[in-house]
Design a protein around this ligand. Structure first.
Ligand code: GDP
Ligand code: MG
Length: 215
């Protein structure tokens, strides 16, 4: 199928191994879940098409998964290149994955921050949106919601909680994030042109089996 996209977004999903990154993407893109350990599956990215109304726009969202290399805590600069958004995931049932968030935030700074890297999160935000997701909320927690909110707020990022298993809040988090990225892009463009726009929250998830694929 040859589609004309009005906009293409590159989103990355990073975080410790086994926190559920691949599962969240599988839930969002295919509405499926698997108990199998998927670390070695080797798929690099998922795609999903999203239709925006008023004005009508077709958006292709490509979400890049780390497919196992996160175990070695070394993600290449090319992985980060031209990213519009980054999702940093931890597992609310595993405290150490929460404690490792700073490592992943630092890796975003190192790869996308300004050269005089002074760890000011707002400096990343200008170019790329970042959110933190606490996944596996269907399990017994080692990290409560307030801790997640507090840490994310201090880091300057929005916070969401999901369960890839039950599907709770997965679609909502992604759509809100995509909307924020598009809003940011629009504002950047209009800042250049000197136009002021009203906020328009008109995302529609096509949610049609034909509209996602492993490319
Ligand atoms: P990744 O290494 O971050 O990509 O993690 P995976 O997506 O491979 O998930 C690791 C394991 O956690 C798998 O066995 C998944 O089935 C399981 N898992 C992922 N998300 C959830 C969740 O929301 N709840 C529960 N209970 N298990 C999950
Ligand atoms: Mg994975």
């Amino acid at each position: 199928m040859n589609m004309n996209y009005d906009e293409k977004l590159k989103i990355l999903i990073i975080g410790d191994s086994t926190v559920g990154k691949t599962s969240i993407l599988t839930r969002f893109c295919k509405n499926e879940f698997s108990w199998n350990y998927l670390a070695t599956i080797g798929i690099d990215f998922f795609s999903k098409d999203i239709e925006l109304t008023n004005p009508n726009k077709l958006i292709r969202v490509k979400i890049w998964d780390t497919a196992g290399q996160e175990r070695f805590k070394s993600l290449s600069k090319s992985f980060f290149r031209n990213a519009d958004g980054i999702i940093i995931v931890f597992d609310v049932s595993k405290k150490d994955s929460f404690e490792n968030l700073q490592f992943w935030i630092d890796s975003v700074h190192n790869n996308l921050g300004k050269t005089n890297n002074n760890n000011n999160n707002n400096e990343i935000e200008e170019n790329v949106k970042v959110i933190i997701i606490g996944n596996k909320i269907d399990l017994i927690r080692e990290v409560n919601k307030e801790e997640g909110i507090k840490y994310s707020k201090e880091s300057g990022f929005k916070y969401y909680e999901t369960s890839a298993l039950t599907g709770e809040n997965v679609e909502n988090s992604f759509l809100e994030f995509i909307n924020d990225i598009l809003d940011g892009n629009k504002k950047k463009e209009n800042k250049k042109k000197g136009i002021k726009l009203n906020d328009n929250k008109n995302l529609i998830n096509k949610n049609n089996e034909e509209n996602w694929c492993f490319c």
